[in-house]
Design a protein around this ligand. Sequence first.
Ligand code: FEO
Ligand code: CA
Ligand code: CA
Length: 643
Amino acid sequence: MNSFDHQQEPNKPMDDAADNRLSSDTTSEFSQLIDKALSRRQFMAASGVLGLGAFLAANPVNNAFAAMSKNQLMGFEAIPASTEDNVTVPKGYRAEPLISWGDPLFDNAPAFDPSGTSSSSSQALQFGDNNDGMSLFPLSDNRAILAINNEYTNYEYLFDHKGKMLTADDVKKAQAAHGVSIFEIERKGSRWSVITDSIYNRRITANTEMELTGPVAGHPLMKTEADPSGRTVFGTFNNCANGETPWGTYLTCEENFNGYFGSSSEIAQTKDQKRYGIQAKDRYQWHKFDERFDLAKNPTEPNRFGWVVEIDPMDPSSIPKKRTALGRFKHENAALTVNADGHVVVYLGDDERGEHLYKFVSKDKFNPNNKMGNRELLAEGTMYVAKFGANEGEMKGTGQWIELSHGKNGLTPENGFADQAEVLTFIRRAATQVGATTMDRPEWVAVHPGGKHVCCTLTNNKNRGVKTNQPVDAANPRANNKYGQIVRWMPAGGDHTASTFNWDLYLIAGNPGVHSEGLNAGSDNINIDNMFNSPDGIGFDAAGRLWIQTDGKYSNRDDFAGMGNNQMLCSDPDTGEVRRFLTGPIACEITGLAFSPDYRTMFIGVQHPGEKSKPSHFPDGGNSKPRSSVMMITREDGGIIGA
Ligand code: FEO
Ligand code: CA
Ligand code: CA
């Protein structure tokens, strides 16, 4: 995100001038990385880049610096795969926990209680569970706000009874473990810590008041008995990955919301409920104590979830806004870029086997000189869905963005779409209607800081080549896709609003140790030393390096032999080289990525270590209960991460 808006107006006095000034050393070293990747003009035009932070305000790029060599851009020593119960990083680096599930976020919060008997009111004052996407909003060089999703909970760790004897307060506790945690951090020396008395600290949970905005707000599909206006909804949950805007807000994306709805009596499942996985049998059992989640009593409540939510992290009293203009599906992240003409473009993946890849283009344009004027840019715009065409015999070609507007492309009452609210609420059905390509589970999307290309992880898909609506195709080229791939597209003429794009596969994950040939050996940039499966989190940093996080099979056996635990890698888009940077503990995934503005700290998430009662004691060791954690990665010499 760009910092020029909110940099000047935190609700708390800024640190002293010395704190706001980056050292000249920082400026020069980082400038070289930036220069390497793109010109200043491109940099200004780009956003959706991780942790740009205070850079624009504090670091004029000095073009006198020569470009750095490849070795300097990716200067770390690759690490081997690992099955250890820890986080490993390259030589000269260290990884330390910043915060873990249950840690206090406020002065009056109790410490983490590992017994599993603590109350909902404790959890509401503590860091939520299963941290996922995150963004850093700088206040100065050494102070920042972190906004972090808390995606879901593991009942086997949340409760002493492992979820088998749920009470009303247990459900409230689970709801309080979900949502978003927002808190201030401060750096002293090289280490950051949480400021528990900061005025910015806030928990957003499954019960926080939110406003529905955009074309679907107020529509009968959004109305419930408790909310006849169809505009006020409580809570957000299963917040997977994220995004950030150049006007300083945080985007949190609702993913597997279906698992929270159940039914006290039999219901006739509608076609749309089936498409979105909403059924009488629920995973979390909230409906037993909170009738909002009971489909028999509140059949329209699920329509109010599955959206992107915009939050102002600088104003703890602000009401989060659900942006219905960006469509309802199992949102992974929201990769935002400001197009050269000022339109805001957001790329969005729907993480389900055989679902789709989307693009939102704002109706109005971004104005860098009118901060407040940009605040509603995500309220109105046009949605598109991708259709990948291929050159004969090649895994690349030309694709189209097909508009999803009522009255166009067959989205008519005759085909079951009464109005635009229905197109957006059941956008999966609209995507099928227009003939969009079914994808291998689109996870994160990332826009290169130069804006020239965009990448999306297609994590895996056991249904490819099995279900008739998911035939093997050029962009999804393997039946029973176990390893995943990264698709890359270049918008026509560099214009993100264009209706066509050229695409290729940046990377095909595979196991060259098990498969000596064919696509399951992986693309040319995959080898025995850097192999992995199921790419999920990705992000470009401001220097243009692509960081890849995995959420895959950690059995280290059979098709996955030699891959070890889930991990994080760094890739150079200029050469395609992929190098392993970090490995996680037992039975976790690595997800969530942010940098300090000076790129000397990287924050990453370790989610669900020890899931399904696997033997992890991360991060506290001994016999402790495993806890999802945010890790800070620094260099022992204080240098720039990765360089
Ligand atoms: Fe929450 Fe698709 O990962
Ligand atoms: Ca994910
Ligand atoms: Ca995943």
